[in-house]
Design a protein. Sequence first.
Length: 257
Amino acid sequence: MIRHVTRLTANIFRAIWKLWGLAVVYIPVIMLSPLLMILIASGRLKAFWKIERLWARWILAALGFKPVKSRESASFDKHRQYIVVANHTSMVDIPFLLAVLPFPLTFVGKKELEKYPVFGYFYRKTNVLVDRASLASRKKVYDEVEDFIRKGFSIAIFAEGGVPDPSVLLAPFKNGAFRIAVEHGLPLLPVVLYDNKKRLPYALWKGSPGKMRYKILPPVETKGLTQDDTEDLKNYVYTLIYNALAADSLKNLAAKI
């Protein structure tokens, strides 16, 4: 009986915390909407990104998330552009990357995100949305990405193509991120997100504040490569991220024994 009451109480507080999370996301966006619309209309997307980065940091702080960068993270040139590839586990992955990466960043994301009120409008205007069921939409992505690269942005792509089942450590990668990197001669920057799945999963009754560990792997250069190298490049980056996640899982398992 006591255990049941304790679980019920925890679930109630967790639900309230997630509702607070919605307020944390939406209230700043609504309040700043006039300014954000002016920045978009005037093409000042880097100014928009600076505000977006502050918004992302606010979300993490207000929800009690503390980013912790691995001591083994690689160094990288903050003034270069990258194709950022990270594992996708949570609804907080986008603000997390915005908060911890120091360069102008935009995302290639699923078209469904534009359906969210207010947030969807700004996301559509400042990121690249793709309808994976539409061949025309997938082709259009390359043109839109090229435009953002020309404007000095790095591109973040969750190469799994979506959030996999919680039981999956890392789903197979799609080719898009690697084709884009080769086409533009940009280095890939692999990022490993260890705790986002645990901290803010899609399940209503799960999640909690706490540390969110991440690791930046060494940039992978693509200059001199051709599209024929895409498959090997994809497999190489997949292996880097998978091995980092697997090593952490084994370490956690050993700690429980």
